[in-house]
Design a protein. Structure first.
Lengths: 110, 116
């Protein structure tokens, strides 16, 4: 199973919105509504931000939103804040009780 | 509150074995699957597979068969990852994480360093 495709980097100024894409195939992203997104600060464990494409766990600010169109999922961070600077990973269930991650995107707040 | 607490860092020589533990608390251990995720230095996340905490049946991702073994001790709510015949390229942080279709709680990670 190949990794999902994410841009290696993204950036935005405080207050702006930034969108990170996650491209797969009809066998993963396009085939299931089980796309999730994770935020990872340097030296820390990843944290779940979005699950089932667009749902937020309790405690995750509504500035973070997820969506999907066809084989591409997206994470949008609105009202960018300095604390949002981190690595972001998407993941998709691929059936057969298997999971695949994207390569990760480093978000820089300018 | 849900917590996954992993064992401490390990330094091993090539060819040796290592066993990483992940102790769960704050929920019914056997109701949620446990996953293992690898992160090599400066690299992204790589899903290694999962273990059904109800049946003990493991599923390994491509590239993690043979030298990698997932196991459980449900009496102490703990999952284990054992890696045998260690290679330098096994140097990484290994995370346990709960659930499957999404990973809602993560351990703090265990750094395994393989060096002669």
């Amino acid at each position: 199973q190949s990794a999902l495709t994410q841009p290696p980097s993204a950036s935005g100024s405080p207050g702006q919105s930034v969108t990170i894409s996650c491209t797969g195939t009809s066998s993963d992203v396009g085939g299931y509504n089980y796309v999730s997104w994770y935020q990872q600060d340097p030296g820390k464990a990843p944290k779940l931000l979005i699950y089932e494409v667009s749902k937020r766990p309790s405690g995750v600010p509504d500035r973070f939103s997820g969506s999907k169109s066809g084989n591409t999922a997206s994470l949008t961070v609105s009202g960018l804040q300095a604390e949002d600077e981190a690595d972001y990973y998407c993941s998709s269930y691929v059936g057969g009780n298997n999971v695949v991650f994207g390569g990760g995107t480093k978000l820089t707040v300018l | 509150q849900v917590q996954l607490v992993q064992s401490g860092s390990e330094l091993e020589k090539p060819g040796a074995s290592v066993k990483v533990s992940c102790k769960a608390s704050g929920y019914t251990f056997t109701r949620y699957s446990m996953n293992w995720v690898r992160q090599a230095p400066g690299q992204g996340l790589q899903w290694m597979g999962w273990i059904n905490t109800n049946t003990g049946n493991p599923t390994y991702a491509q590239g993690f068969t043979g030298r990698f073994v997932f196991s459980l001790d449900t009496s102490v709510n703990t999952a284990y990852l054992q890696i045998s015949s260690l290679k330098a390229e096994d140097t990484a942080v290994y995370y346990c994480a709960r659930e499957l279709k999404w990973l809602d709680y993560w351990g703090q990670g265990t750094l395994v360093t393989v060096s002669s």
